[in-house]
Design a protein around this ligand. Structure first.
Ligand code: UDP
Length: 387
């Protein structure tokens, strides 16, 4: 008998999307699931590990979990306890560190007291205390002092950072992207206001190990799905044998079809890790560099993880650039614009021929998802598939 028939489901990718759906199908539906993961480790881009200096680092850049979904939080909490951590970010603006998102505390640090007080009142009167105002909306105001503060924030927080991150000006990218970091009419310095936030107490990797630890799940690392899967006139072949079970794919959708219509564009990041012989490198988990430097931000992991170690600390600098599709690169950020979404839809049309084939996650759906949103989507897909 052919081995491949032993599996009811193939899951491609072992990040948040693949791991949650695999666990759900294995546990709730009793399905035999095979996960194919191209990398040599689990956890996708949340993968964390101790570096050679003994510091727990996030290998693909900082990941801070936050969600308003009780379902998602409770679900992940089955596999981890949490370190209670609220992320704070400051922007280095010509040497002065201002809270990001720019808020009323930032305003009072940037302006002399009477002017800051006046602008604060105007912001509250116009938008309401506690509101979150996308910078591009704030720039629509006509009051001269609101125009001035909007210009200040636009120039000092968004313009150069966005140029580095996306290679484009803020108004040239999807407005939802800069709206992720709105001007916050509040004194709350936290980067996120979600009900639940934290970092897995031990590590993301152990959270994923717990999630994947199920007798119905088999994991194949260093396994390139695109070399083992073939999609041909409505039929799916796995290792050259017809496969009629369910397939959940969380990899890049264009690569499934050898990028036949062209590559979907992404931004990637080069990470430069540095270990310094000091207890702390910077005052907060992340310092953004919105007016200078070639990197966008520096994150110091001990702030996030709570690891106690006085002798040294590891930081990471993020250098964004265009993704070329080279095997050594990771596609991190989909560039969502009308042209790219049209290209994505062409690939989706090809997938529609295969009823048991589902796409899930940042790459397969070409969406700028946070971790919790992917987990929520995976749970919803499980509901639909399991019924
Ligand atoms: N952004 C900015 N300056 C900042 C922080 C963010 O211009 O100091 C803009 C930038 O365009 C960025 C977007 O807001 O891509 C979203 O930032 P976020 O921190 O959510 O990005 P992520 O953590 O997903 O990389």
């Amino acid at each position: 008998m052919n081995d491949k028939k032993l599996y009811d489901c193939l899951v491609i990718g072992c990040g948040m999307a693949g791991s949650v759906i695999a666990r759900e199908l294995a546990e709730r539906a009793g399905k035999k699931v095979l996960i194919l993961e191209m990398r040599g480790h689990i956890g996708g881009n949340t993968y964390d590990f101790k570096d050679k200096n003994g510091i727990l680092i996030h290998g693909y850049g900082p990941h801070i979990f936050h969600t308003n979904s009780k379902r998602v939080f409770d679900y992940l909490s089955r596999f981890t306890t949490w370190r209670n951590y609220s992320h704070e970010v400051v922007g280095d603006i010509h040497g002065q560190l201002l809270p990001i998102p720019f808020n009323l505390n930032s305003l009072h640090l940037a302006y002399e007291p009477s002017k800051a007080g006046r602008i604060e009142q105007k912001l509250i009167d116009t938008f309401g205390f506690g509101s979150k105002v996308p910078i591009l909306d704030l720039r629509q105001q006509h009051d001269p002092e609101l125009v001035e503060i909007a210009d200040f924030i636009y120039k000092n927080v968004f313009l150069y950072y966005t140029q580095k991150q996306w290679g484009l000006a803020p108004e040239q990218i999807d407005s939802l992207v800069t709206a992720r970091v709105p001007v916050f009419i509040s004194h709350d310095n936290r980067y996120f206001q979600d009900t639940y936030q934290g970092i897995p107490a031990q590590s993301y990797t152990s959270l994923f190990a717990g999630m994947l630890d199920h007798p119905n799940i088999e994991l194949s690392l260093n396994s390139e799905a695109r070399k083992r899967l073939r999609l041909e006139s409505g039929n799916v072949f796995f290792d050259d044998n017809p496969f009629n079970g369910t397939i959940i794919y969380s990899g890049p959708i264009d690569e499934l079809f050898d990028c036949r219509y062209g590559r979907l564009p992404y931004r990637t990041l080069d990470f430069v890790f540095e270990t310094h012989e000091m207890t702390w490198y910077q005052p907060k988990g992340t310092v953004n560099y919105p007016v200078n430097q070639d990197y966008t931000r520096i994150t110091e992991f001990k702030h996030l993880t709570g690891q106690v170690l006085n002798e040294r600390t590891t930081i990471v600098k993020e250098y964004p650039r265009a993704y070329t599709g080279a095997d050594s690169e990771t596609p991190y950020y989909p560039i969502q614009n009308p042209e790219n979404l049209t290209l994505y839809e062409r690939y989706r049309t090809l997938i529609a021929e295969f009823p048991n084939f589902h796409v899930l996650g940042r790459l397969a759906e070409y969406k700028y998802y946070n971790m919790d949103a992917i987990a929520a989507k995976a749970l919803e897909l499980a509901d639909t598939l399991i019924g």
